[in-house]
Design a protein. Structure first.
Length: 122
C-alpha cells in the first residue's frame, strides 16, 4: 500500500504481551539496531506524557471506565494514520481480549504488520 505522501506505507512491529513482560526493553533493543527509522509507541508513553488527565481520573472526577474504550480505539486508529503517512512503528500493546485483537486486525487490514507475542515467566 502507498503512503498518503506518495511513498511506501510504513511497516509495524506490534509487541503484544502482559504488563512488565519486557515489551519496552525489546522495543528499545530493536529500535537501536534496525536498519530504518522506527518510532517506538506505547500506551505508557501517552500516559506518561500527560495526554490523559490522570490526576482527575485518580480523583474520581473523570471515570476511566467511560474513557477507556474510546481511548484505546483512538490509539489503535492513530497507528493506521502513522503507517499511511509512511512511518515505521514498533508498538507496545496489550490485547486484553480476542475482541480487541479482532478490532485491531480490522483497523490495520492491508497494512504490513508483524505481530510478536512477548511471553515471560510468572
Amino acid at each position: 500500500m502507498s503512503a498518503e505522501n506518495g511513498g511506501p506505507a510504513g511497516q509495524m512491529i506490534l509487541l503484544n504481551g502482559a504488563s512488565s513482560s519486557g515489551k519496552s526493553s525489546l522495543a528499545r533493543a530493536v529500535q537501536a539496531v534496525i536498519e530504518r527509522p522506527f518510532w517506538h509507541i506505547s500506551i505508557d508513553h501517552l500516559r506518561d506524557s500527560g495526554v490523559l488527565p490522570s490526576a482527575r481520573i485518580k480523583s474520581g472526577e473523570f471515570a476511566w471506565r467511560a474513557m477507556r474504550e474510546p481511548f484505546f480505539i483512538g490509539f489503535e486508529t492513530s497507528l493506521l494514520a502513522y503507517l499511511r503517512a509512511g512511518n515505521n512503528l514498533i508498538v507496545e500493546h496489550i490485547m486484553e481480549s480476542e475482541a480487541w485483537l479482532h478490532r485491531l486486525v480490522g483497523i490495520l487490514a492491508g497494512q504490513d504488520v508483524f505481530f510478536v507475542g512477548v511471553h515471560c515467566d510468572l
